[in-house]
Every structure is written in structure tokens, then in C-alpha cells.
Design a binder for this molecule. Structure first.
Ligand SMILES: Cc1ncc(COP(=O)(O)O)c(C=O)c1O
Length: 441
């Protein structure tokens, strides 16, 4: 049942009025006393080297813990989400001009993992409501060079893994998941990370599963696990007992340093012990907020089909600029002035980013330009109407509610309704001052 808020007629903070008050969050990230004690033990024991399972029981424990969370798949603990994602591509032997169909609406590291393999990102449009890759756009982008689809579960919303898996299987492509923002998200009864041929997750300190910079790779394929270890881990972790003999001739130290430390391995294990409670709290708060803003005229959370269970790494909303008669940036600035974080997370479609434009690039040299030039890709001015609409009109807010914080959800709703109640004053303001220049965090 929706709660219709009483419009607050007081003057907007953006226009000199009194702000509603700052939206504050649970302490985040949280580390239990046990986790902290275990980290101290690791330091006291001088365990500073992350060579892998054979050397570090902490790494073995973390990988086994995460594997249990992901249905018994192979898990490689890594130093970051980017390391895990590049490991996923390397493990699948995707590189050197291979094409990877992916989303233009994400954090850059979802794409730089492709670039760092000298592979070629092929961007397709997203769903307008959620910003998730649109499965309907994929088949027309497939060429003889296509090797994989890389889907990103942006903002903790699960991409349509069932449809993506079916397309990948039909065309004999690999499916890679970027679950960096979506630990614990589910679709159709399956957890993200459990459908792809490989998935990479970030566990940097701001994520649903936070450590102090780490990540992990999940794969059902043993060979992918070991090939990923070979590009990113010391000597490919070849002293471990399951290392495949057929890979031994290629073991050396021509590696990226993508190791996890024992310290972060301990944190991975301990944090996974708490993830279910954290995810439940995020969902409970999101449901509450959805209920509270049901009467909003201009802001709407995406609609999710039955069986879609996001984890709300961030909360994303669709803003109706036409109905509001003000720009997204001005509306976000008004929310922000009242005390609520409000920003557009993706600044522009990734193919617009100039470091991909080998034709007229003039910045510091980057390693991928040759591969893009050789492939002859031209990313400049791609249409991508849904992505552009989302970039221009979505409003994101931080959503780290991992303890009961219902009063903050009420405050957020109060802020939204206060700005809406003052919409004509905001329109007048924008007419004179022009739209706010950006909706940065
Ligand atoms: C969607 C997405 N992919 C990849 C990454 C990269 O993770 P990391 O910063 O741990 O390398 C992040 C986070 O930073 C992310 O949000």
C-alpha cells in the first residue's frame, strides 16, 4: 500500500529554505570484531604473501567459502574486481581482436577488462527502465569474430541471465557476468555468477560484499580457473595439487599481479558469513522506499518481473523530466540541497569516451588503441537511444542500509515530496539560472 506524503510547502533548500536533513547510512563497510581479530592474527603471524591455497590456508578458506555460496563452482580469489574480470576473459582465452558484446552503461572496468586483453568491445543498447543490457539487441551484433557476451548486473539488478544464456548457447558464445555490484542478486531462482562461463566480482570497500580491495572469479570450468590463475597469480599457482599437467609447459612469471592478500582472504571469509543479512536489509529498505514514493509524480523505481531480486548496491530511479518541467540535473540538485545524495552514476555512454577514439585521440598513450584501430571500430556518435535516455534521466542514490534505518527511508521520501511540492518554484529557478551543470555525486 502506498503512503501518500503530506507535501511540505516550506521553501526549497536550493532556493534558500531550510533543508529537510541529511540522509545518513548504517556504518559502512562493517567488519565484525571476529574479522578484525583474525586480520590482527594474520598480521601478527607475518602472513603477508598471497601465493594461493598451497601457501595460505586463509586463501583456501576464502575460496572454499565463496565456492559454497556459488553452488560449488571454482573460485579464484583476486586482488580486485578488474583482476577477476580480466582473469575471466583470459581463462576463456578471449583476446587479440576477439569481439565481446557488452553494455555501454556501466563502470569503465567492465570494459577495460576487455581492452586489456586486446579484445574489442561491441556495444549494444540497454533496457530503458533498468539500464541492463537488452537481450533483444544482441543477435544482430554477432559477427564471425564474436566470442562472448559480457553482461553487467548494474546497481545490483540481475541481467536477464536466462535469455542471455539461451542466446550464448544458440550462437556458441561464452557468457561472462560482471557481478561487481550484485553479490547475492537472483533471477529465476538462480544467483548471479552461477549462470555464466565465468563471472568477476569486486569486493572493494564500497561494494555489497566489502573488504579492503579484493575480488573473485567464479567459473564452472576447471580449465578457466587455471588459465585465469596463470595470467594473474604467482607462477599460475602451479604448485597446487590440481594444476593440470597440460598447462605446465606454459607456466612462468609473465603475469599480472592480481593476487589477493591473506589479510583480505580472511575478510572475504568473514564478510560472506554476513551477506544474507545485509542483502535482506537492503531489500527491505528498498521495498519500503518503493512503497513510500509510490505517489511520486516524477520519480519511479524500475519495475522488476517476478523472480527478479536485486540487491540495491545503489538505488536507481527514473526521472520524468517532461512531466516535471525541469531537468534531471536541477531536480537532483534540489534533492541534494535537502540532504539526499542524488546523482547520475554513468556520466555518458562508454563508447563516447574519448580514450576509445583511436581516430582522433590526443591524450596519454594507452595500450588498446592499436587493437581498436586494427579492428577499424568507430564508437563515435553511436545511437544507443535507451542508454542515452537513462544517462540523461536516471537519478541514483547511495543505498548502504545494512542495519535498520527506516527513518532515513522516510526522510528520503520526505525530501522527494518536498521537492515535488515546490516544483513550480524550481521551474522558475531553472528558467532564470539555467539547468544545473551536472548531476555529479
Ligand atoms: C560494475 C563494476 N565492474 C567492475 C568493477 C571493478 O572492480 P574493482 O574496483 O574492484 O577493480 C567495479 C567497481 O569498482 C564495478 O562497479
Amino acid at each position: 500500500m502506498s503512503t501518500i506524503q503530506t507535501p511540505t510547502a516550506s521553501k526549497l533548500a536550493l532556493l534558500g529554505g531550510t533543508r529537510v536533513g541529511e540522509v545518513t547510512y548504517s556504518k559502512f563497510p562493517q567488519f565484525s570484531e571476529r574479522a578484525i581479530e583474525r586480520v590482527v592474527e594474520v598480521l601478527r603471524a607475518g602472513k603477508a604473501i598471497g601465493l594461493g591455497r598451497f601457501h595460505s590456508p586463509e586463501i583456501a578458506e576464502a575460496e572454499d567459502t565463496i565456492s559454497r555460496y556459488h553452488g560449488g563452482q571454482h573460485v579464484l580469489a583476486c586482488g580486485s574486481g578488474h583482476a577477476a574480470l580480466q582473469g575471466a576473459l583470459a581463462g576463456l582465452e578471449i583476446c587479440c581482436g576477439d569481439e565481446v558484446i557488452t553494455t555501454p552503461y556501466t563502470w569503465g572496468a567492465s570494459i577495460s577488462c576487455i581492452l586489456h586483453q586486446n579484445a574489442i568491445p561491441v556495444f549494444v543498447d540497454v533496457e530503458r527502465d533498468t539500464g541492463l543490457i537488452d537481450p533483444a539487441q544482441i543477435e544482430t551484433a554477432i559477427t564471425p569474430r564474436t566470442k562472448a557476451i559480457l553482461a553487467v548486473h548494474i546497481f545490483g539488478q540481475p541481467a536477464n541471465l536466462q535469455r542471455l544464456r539461451a542466446i550464448a548457447d544458440k550462437h556458441k558464445l561464452m557468457l561472462i557476468e560482471d557481478g561487481s555490484q550484485a553479490h547475492g542478486a537472483e533471477i529465476g531462482g538462480v544467483r548471479v555468477g552461477n549462470v555464466g562461463d565465468a563471472a568477476g566480482f569486486s569486493c572493494m570497500g564500497g561494494k555489497v560484499l566489502p573488504t579492503t580491495e579484493a575480488g573473485y572469479l567464479v567459473t564452472p570450468h576447471k580449465s578457466v580457473f587455471w588459465k585465469a590463475a596463470m595470467i594473474g597469480q604467482h607462477m599460475g599457482r602451479s604448485p597446487e595439487k590440481d594444476f593440470p599437467d597440460e598447462l605446465r609447459p606454459w607456466v612462468d612469471s609473465l603475469v599480472y599481479t592480481y593476487r589477493v592478500t591473506p589479510l583480505n582472504a580472511v575478510l572475504l571469509t568473514e564478510q560472506f558469513g554476513r551477506i544474507d543479512g545485509w542483502v535482506a536489509e537492503r531489500r527491505r529498505h528498498a521495498d519500503l522506499f518503493r512503497e513510500k514514493i509510490a505517489g511520486s509524480r516524477f520519480l519511479r523505481m524500475p519495475d522488476y518481473a517476478a523472480g527478479v531480486k536485486p540487491v540495491y548496491h545503489m538505488l536507481t530511479m527514473n526521472f520524468d523530466a517532461e512531466a516535471a518541467g525541469v531537468s534531471r540535473n536541477t531536480f537532483a540538485a534540489a534533492l541534494k540541497a535537502e540532504g539526499m545524495l542524488a546523482f547520475g552514476y554513468v556520466p555518458s555512454p562508454i563508447p563516447d569516451w574519448t580514450r576509445l577514439h583511436w581516430q582522433d585521440y590526443s591524450g596519454p598513450r594507452v595500450s588498446w588503441l592499436d587493437a581498436l584501430a586494427k579492428a577499424g571500430v568507430d564508437y563515435r556518435g553511436m545511437a544507443l537511444p535507451n542508454c542515452r535516455a537513462r544517462v540523461a534521466n536516471s537519478i541514483e542514490t547511495r543505498f548502504d542500509f545494512v542495519d535498520a534505518q527506516e527513518e532515513m527511508i522516510s526522510r528520503m521520501a520526505e525530501i522527494v515530496f518536498k521537492v515535488e511540492a515546490n516544483i513550480s518554484a524550481l521551474r522558475d529557478h531553472e528558467r532564470v539560472a539555467g539547468p544545473a551543470a551536472s548531476a555529479k555525486r
